[in-house]
Design a protein around this ligand. Structure first.
Ligand SMILES: Cc1cc2nc3c(=O)[nH]c(=O)nc-3n(C[C@H](O)[C@H](O)[C@H](O)COP(=O)(O)O)c2cc1C
Length: 133
C-alpha cells in the first residue's frame, strides 16, 4: 500500500479526525470525517460558507490529528481548493450521506487536497514514522 493510502486508511478507520487551521494568531480546530485519495492526492470536503473554508483561503496551512489503537497521526501541510466538478463528485460519491446537503454543482461544496504534506505516525512504544506526499 502506498504511504498516502496508509494515511487515508488510518483517518478513515478512526472515523473522526481533528482539523486545525489558523485565523490570524488564533488556532482553530474542529472534528472532520471526510477523507479520500483522488488522483494520488489526499482530499477532504467542506462547505465554502464555513469559517474553516474562509480560514484556509486566507492561510492554507493546516494540520490534522487522529488517534486510534495506541497510535496517533498528524498530517501537516497546505490545503488547496480544487474547484473541478470531478473532484467534488468523487468525494461526494464516497459519502452518500452528504448528498442530501451537498452536490458537485452547488456553490457551496468545496474539496481541498494536501500539498507539501508531512504525515507522522507516533506511539508510546515505537519511534515516529514520517511520510511525505
Ligand atoms: C464526527 C464529525 C465529522 C465531521 N466531518 C466534517 C467534514 O468532513 N467536513 C465538514 O465541513 N464538516 C464536518 N463536520 C462538521 C464541522 O465540525 C463543523 O461544521 C465545524 O463547525 C466546522 O468548523 P468551523 O465552524 O470552524 O467552520 C463534522 C462534525 C462531526 C461531529
Amino acid at each position: 500500500m502506498e504511504n498516502i493510502e496508509r494515511v487515508c486508511k488510518f483517518l478513515d478507520n478512526t472515523g473522526t479526525y481533528y482539523l486545525a487551521t489558523v485565523e490570524g494568531d488564533q488556532p482553530r480546530v474542529r472534528p472532520f470525517g471526510t477523507v479520500a485519495v483522488f488522483e494520488g492526492k489526499l482530499y477532504i470536503q467542506t462547505g465554502k460558507i464555513k469559517p474553516v473554508s474562509k480560514q484556509l483561503q486566507a492561510n492554507p496551512k493546516a494540520e490534522i490529528c487522529a488517534f486510534a489503537d495506541g497510535t496517533w497521526l498528524r498530517v501537516a501541510g497546505k490545503l488547496i481548493r480544487d474547484d473541478r466538478i470531478e473532484a467534488k463528485k468523487y468525494m461526494l460519491d464516497q459519502y452518500p450521506s452528504l448528498q442530501a446537503m451537498y452536490s458537485a454543482e452547488d456553490d457551496n461544496t468545496e474539496v481541498l487536497y494536501f500539498e507539501d504534506a508531512t504525515a507522522t505516525f507516533s506511539s508510546f512504544t515505537a519511534a515516529p514514522r514520517t511520510v511525505n506526499f
